[in-house]
Design a protein around this ligand. Sequence first.
Ligand code: HEM
Length: 417
Amino acid sequence: MTTETTQSKTERSIEEVFNPASDAYCQNPMPQCRALAERGPMVFYPPWQAWVMTDIGDIMDCWRREYLSSDFYDWEFAPQKPNEDDWGNFEKALIGHSLVADHSHHRLIRKVVSPAFSRNVVDEIQRRIEPDIDKLLASLGEPASFDYIKQVAEHIPFITITRMIGIPEKYWDEIKPLIENFTETWNPTISEERREEVRQQCNHAIDLIKLVIAERRTSPEQDDFLSTMLELEAANPDFTEWDIITLILALIGAGADTTLMAQQWSVYALVKNPDQRDAALATPESFSNAFTEILRWSMNSKMGFARYAPEDMEVLGQQVTKGQLVLLMPHLDKMDPERFPNPEVLDVSRNFDPDILFGYGPRYCIGAAMAKRQLYLTITKLFERFPNLTLAEEPVRDNSNHNSICLKELRLQTNIG
Ligand code: HEM
């Protein structure tokens, strides 16, 4: 690169070199992510009124030490926190959320609930979702081609979450809108009308979750997540029914969109790179590594993970004021050729050390084992049913989601017969 080009690059405003809402970013985020990372470890990004933390070492340190807040209501632009006497279900679920609560309560909850995410529980959930996935794939029939997103991927978060929690099928129709829309309540950019609509759905769904819990109390021995939660509640005075409800909502909020995204990019990556398929799907362990590589290669992230300054403070040499948003963006270096030689090549044997796809430290993804198992299961079954899958056409990218690049459709050719 010539000195002149370097100079003209640094003179350009940050919004000119990095704009994840742009079509250029959607088509190829790599140059923009690298240009942002080159601006330094802590960069102010005016369009978001936010700081961006760019370096993986700094991000891990922030994850580990938790010197920033995870509470949305600590954000300078958060809506006014209503008076506690006026809280409805929705406010209790969002404001009193056990996973965004202060660090000490968060740690207590994580410790208490860890048995509910043990290997045995994940095995049991797999046993429960397997027939649903078989049914879903069988319902495709023998088509020449189909859209993987509409016909398969969109159903998976719902199947997993309802089976995982143990929500009886009679409530599925009512709970469905919540699972599909709940993540939106955490999106600061939605309109007031839409927030109100989601709030109503959320209130209704929380009543339903309470009903499911009340029913389960009368027959607790069901060897699922909810039964485990009720045992934990009985054994831990600091763990209440509200903790169970907010945890369920957290699983829905954190597990629905991520699963949908993971499904579409994983299948796309393996159909596009058939030479990587066998190695990726050889065992659940090999898939675990392959999944990190797939999400590196697909580069679908836009924003990263939100934190808020709890007070005026200096962070990585910059003065950050109380309430400012700090975005941790570990994806910026995913295409750095010094870390990942030939970064545009999907190579599922790459070594990730550290592997931070699911975060790090006290807030490491609670659903990581579940997410990987469910993906492995669906994708192996997909290729068993249709061993000769190819892309029917190159998918069109969709830039409408504020957090990640999606595919509008993923049309697959079955090549049957
Ligand atoms: C499929 C791919 C997934 C990826 C890549 C992923 C990644 C992550 C990451 C990076 C974090 C840390 C966020 C932060 O530091 O702010 C996180 C947290 C979390 N994830 Fe996941 N996740 C996935 C799926 C799931 C699923 C399926 C569930 C639930 C069933 C889930 C539940 C959660 C919860 C509850 C948290 C918050 C944990 C806490 O604050 O203690 N995730 N996830």
